[in-house]
Design a protein around this ligand. Sequence first.
Ligand code: SF4
Ligand code: SF4
Length: 226
Amino acid sequence: MVSEIELYEMVIRKMQDYSSIILGITDISYSDYFNKYKCALILAVPHKEIISINSYSEEKFEEIILTAREQTNAIISDLSNLFERYDIKYYVPPVAQTNEEQLIAPFSFKYAAVNAGIGWIGKNDILITKEYGPRVRLSAILVNYNLPIGKPVTESMCDDKCVLCIEACPYKALRGIQWDINKHREELIDYQLCNYKRSLYFKKHNRKHSCGLCMAACPLGEKNNL
Ligand code: SF4
Ligand code: SF4
């Protein structure tokens, strides 16, 4: 059986193939999966193209998200193959929210990323990394090993005066509240309103509107050219 340190070294070696991706590790004692797994690897895959409020179009934004999703799937599949080779128990939690009312995924990637020390939650209710701002796609893979965990982020690093994301929202769904670890999602965003407005596009696009204006408006990570 592979030891914890061996697994950790294997993961770090594998991540060298994906040098632009941020890796964080968190314990999951707070989650429903704690009975079966001990910690989560959290991956933040940067968008291949930087979209700003001036270059924004919904089609372009959707394309960038799809590309990031493909890249995320590739690395998850790579790590899964590695774990299977060494008979390591793992689980990839789904991205999608299972409940359209509460809009909560079974395993929150955002909360796990904050716990892993990858970033904080912006006033736009999106995970913000120092490296790429909000322009990342998050994913997670749970393993039944105790690996070295990151230091949780507990305070926002958004400028107190910054309101760019709030002003970018056409529906005023963002409340302009500075996040800290004790804040709940509904204090930052009217997520029902955001979801409702984006869902109105089902007929037209056969999917929700990607929107992302509050991401495109964020100056953090805008200059980080990949
Ligand atoms: S995704 Fe769009 S609708 Fe939702 S909060 Fe951001 S800007 Fe507003
Ligand atoms: S636009 Fe400003 S307030 Fe909003 S997430 Fe980015 S830095 Fe934070």
